[in-house]
Design a protein around this ligand. Structure first.
Ligand SMILES: C[S@@+](CC[C@H](N)C(=O)[O-])C[C@H]1O[C@@H](n2cnc3c(N)ncnc32)[C@H](O)[C@@H]1O
Length: 259
């Protein structure tokens, strides 16, 4: 039976309360250069007011704050927000604020931001179209909407298999959009895509399972699904062993900016 929206929000909060510290300190996530590439893609000007939706520990919001006039980061979960505020204090940035909010119902007036950005969260939303239209709503006409996220295969059966092992590892994963579904959000909203980037980011399966603290029995099932995926080329995900024999895969990732 499908979960209600409130039940899904509770699941997200449970997961990201549990993962908060491991996620915020994961070297992949902490990578400042990565966050700055998203800033470069969105090209904020020094006068801009920026909203980061699902900010988590705030790495992207803090990167935008080095350029923009003001940044607001919102998230459903208090634990990562507390880390974001600590990170902000450590960096001495006074033009950022963090607050609790559901991306599906943003607590802001229409047209109050120049840029709305969201990284690594669309695959946690139960209604991504609703979040996207909220991002568009709070942006002024001509403002930019930037989304960076994992993307799944264009083939539904392959994407379903990929989502299966992602969801087993972290039950708050709903579904990764394909690149065409992500671009479709811009089309449906009447926006023009002005920047699009595709990259593959390596993941060490054991480190990735540690971040979510997936229980041992479930983690073993995830390893098996990924190994089967590698052997039978099921989901289209590039899967390989590194020089030390560790099981790794490539997270396929897209960044889309439109206005
Ligand atoms: C994988 S983290 C990404 C954090 C950050 N954007 C980054 O790039 O590091 C996903 C975040 O989405 C948040 N989230 C999920 N659903 C949400 C919703 N409906 N509204 C606001 N935040 C949400 C979670 O609480 C979590 O902090």
């Amino acid at each position: 039976m499908a979960r209600s929206s409130a039940e899904h929000n509770t699941l997200v909060q449970q997961e990201f309360t549990k993962q908060a510290t491991a996620y915020a300190t994961n070297p992949t996530i902490v990578d400042v250069e990565w966050a700055l590439r998203l800033v470069q893609a969105a090209q904020p000007s020094p006068e801009n007011r920026v909203l980061e939706v699902a900010t988590g520990p705030g790495h992207v919001a803090l990167a935008f704050a080095t350029v923009a006039r003001e940044v607001v980061g919102v998230d459903l979960t208090e634990a990562p927000l507390a880390i974001a505020r600590k990170n902000q204090a450590q960096r001495g940035l006074t033009n950022v604020s963090f607050e609790a909010a559901d991306a599906k119902h943003l607590p802001f007036e229409d047209a109050t931001f120049d840029i709305a950005v969201c990284r690594l969260a669309f695959h946690h939303f139960d209604t991504p179209e609703q979040v996207f239209s909220e991002m568009v709503r709070v942006c002024r006409p001509g403002g930019k909407v930037a989304v960076e996220d994992l993307v799944a295969s264009e083939h539904r059966d392959r994407a379903n298999y990929y989502d299966q092992w992602e969801r087993l590892r972290d039950p708050s994963h709903t579904a990764a959009l394909s690149l065409s579904q992500l671009v479709g959000l811009y089309r449906e909203a009447g926006l023009e895509v002005e920047n699009l980037r595709w990259e593959q980011r390596p993941q060490d399966v054991e480190r990735w399972l540690q971040t979510t603290q997936t229980p041992p029995g479930t983690a073993q099932q995830v390893r098996q699904l990924i190994q089967d995926d590698a052997d039978q080329r099921i989901s289209g995900t590039p899967i390989y062993r590194d020089e030390e024999g560790r099981l790794c895969f490539m997270h396929r990732m897209a960044t889309v900016v439109g206005c």
